[in-house]
Design a binder for this molecule. Structure first.
Ligand SMILES: [Zn+2]
Length: 455
């Protein structure tokens, strides 16, 4: 269950978990008794008090442990466990001495900012490379095992066309003789804990650093929210009324399968704060990743659209992410025809009203050289075959076919019938302006205005 915890409690828990594992390496450490009561079911308050005791013990142990972590025995097989997160990498060196795996050394390092944007695969590989390099005095020249929680690393050696960086890393890693084994994230707790920043464990917990009163604000605004407050009241009266929801210290959670998501009240600063955590604090990834990260923890109506807008309007993203749109070409003026009858412009103008004969559209044809204008009336929504018929009867039969015909991308001008008629019958070359750029054919647009004005 997702609960709001004080971030120091989280740090305690991480240290407790880590300390618990370290105890395996220290035989004389028997200070477990006050700490075994600390588990996930304890309340946050009781954890805090117990965890304080445990933390002190763990820290004392860690200090003793530092001198007690033994040197590796070169005859035993080494086991390296690695993990990577957005914030850092974590690794552990162990040896199997017939009494389970005994930790020898721990290693963690901050993830360089340029690696953060790399794929998970690259981050995991980076963690592996750094760990191997750190313990090369133990590992070079002898077989050992590597556990990692990212399954794709298993195919690391069978890459087709790897990038330059990847090739270099693979060459460095190829110096070692190891067997790569997948270890599920849930069993990879130590490396996991070493690689993760406490603020990243959950958005909620991390947020306490900045806004100590966030929980109080949430409780206050959930109680005021017109949609959430009735649900909260119903649950407090009888929890079976709302089986999809549950309440915890004034906060409302909605069940989605195994997971619970916090119902965020309709209060702009709180929602923006969570959006900022999922986007700005998590590395300014695109909409998909931001929304995915939000979906794991929160729910509110219109969250998707709000996230999309937030990402699109993010100032940092706009500043640092270059546009990959291919640059537009230069605008070229239309060629000047050599004489009359060579180049014509054609367009439709809607009059917005019907004439007595039932016409409402005008086909405007203009000679680009002599500016000779021909107007052909058409009924509303004239189909292509009628346009062809009228153009043939009232224009070509009287003025002759032009060499080129300039038009916009009206559906009738891009239809196969129109192309067949102009090209096959009269060998007219069709030229079309770009979409939504009527200014490219300025002459005919100008005439359209005048026609509308006169009629
Ligand atoms: Zn951004």
């Amino acid at each position: 269950m997702l609960t709001l915890l004080d971030d120091t409690t989280l740090v305690y828990r991480m240290l407790i978990g880590l300390g618990g594992l370290c105890e395996r390496g220290v035989s004389f450490f028997h200070l477990k008794s006050p700490t075994t009561q600390v588990d996930a079911r304890s309340s946050a308050r009781s954890i805090s008090s117990l965890a304080t005791i445990r933390l002190k013990l763990t820290l004392q142990t860690s200090i003793k442990l530092h001198s007690k972590l033994e040197m590796g025995y070169l005859k035993l097989t080494f086991v390296v466990t690695t993990d990577a997160s957005l914030y850092g990498i974590g690794a552990m060196l162990q040896q199997d001495d017939d009494d389970g795996l005994r930790p020898l050394e721990f290693y963690n390092k901050r993830m360089p900012s340029h690696k953060v944007v790399a794929s998970t695969y690259m981050r995991e590989l980076y963690a592996l490379r750094e760990a191997l390099d750190h313990w090369k005095h133990y590992l070079l020249g002898r077989p050992f095992k590597v556990f990692s929680d990212h399954e794709t690393l298993k195919w690391v050696q069978a890459q087709n066309n790897p990038s330059t960086t990847l090739t270099r890393w693979l060459h460095e890693i190829a110096l070692y003789d190891f067997e790569l084994k997948h270890k599920k994230g849930c069993y990879n707790r130590v490396a996991d804990a070493l690689s993760r920043h406490p603020e990243y464990m959950t958005c909620l917990m991390g947020s306490y650093d900045l806004r100590k009163n966030l929980k109080e604000e949430l409780v206050e605004y959930i109680a005021k929210d017109p949609e959430l407050s009735p649900i909260l009241e119903q649950i407090q009266f009888d929890p079976s009324n709302q089986p999809d929801f549950h309440e915890c210290k004034g906060l409302l959670f909605r069940r989605y399968g195994k997971y619970d998501r916090l119902c965020v009240p309709n209060h702009e600063p709180i929602r923006t704060h969570f959006l900022d955590l999922a986007h700005g604090w998590s590395g300014h990834f695109g909409f998909e990743k931001t929304y995915e990260s939000l979906l794991q923890k929160f729910v509110w109506p219109g969250m998707k659209e709000m996230a999309r807008k937030f990402v699109a309007e993010c100032e940092v993203c706009q500043r640092i992410k270059p546009s990959r749109q291919k640059s537009y070409g230069l605008l070229h003026p239309l060629p000047i025809p050599d004489g009359p009858g060579e180049s014509h412009s054609i367009d439709f103008t809607d009059m917005g009203k019907k004439s007595r004969n039932g016409y409402s559209q005008v086909m405007v044809i203009i000679d680009c050289f002599s500016k000779f204008l021909n107007l052909i009336p058409l009924p509303p929504h004239a189909p292509t075959d009628l346009v062809i018929k009228e153009f043939h009867k009232r224009y070509i039969m009287q003025c002759g076919p032009p060499k080129t015909l300039m038009s916009d991308r009206d559906t009738r001008f891009i239809s196969a019938d129109w192309k067949d008629f102009t090209y096959q019958n009269y060998d007219i070359k069709l030229k079309m302006t770009s979409d939504r750029h009527p200014e490219a054919n300025g002459l005919v647009e100008e005439v359209n205005q005048t026609v509308i004005q006169l009629l």
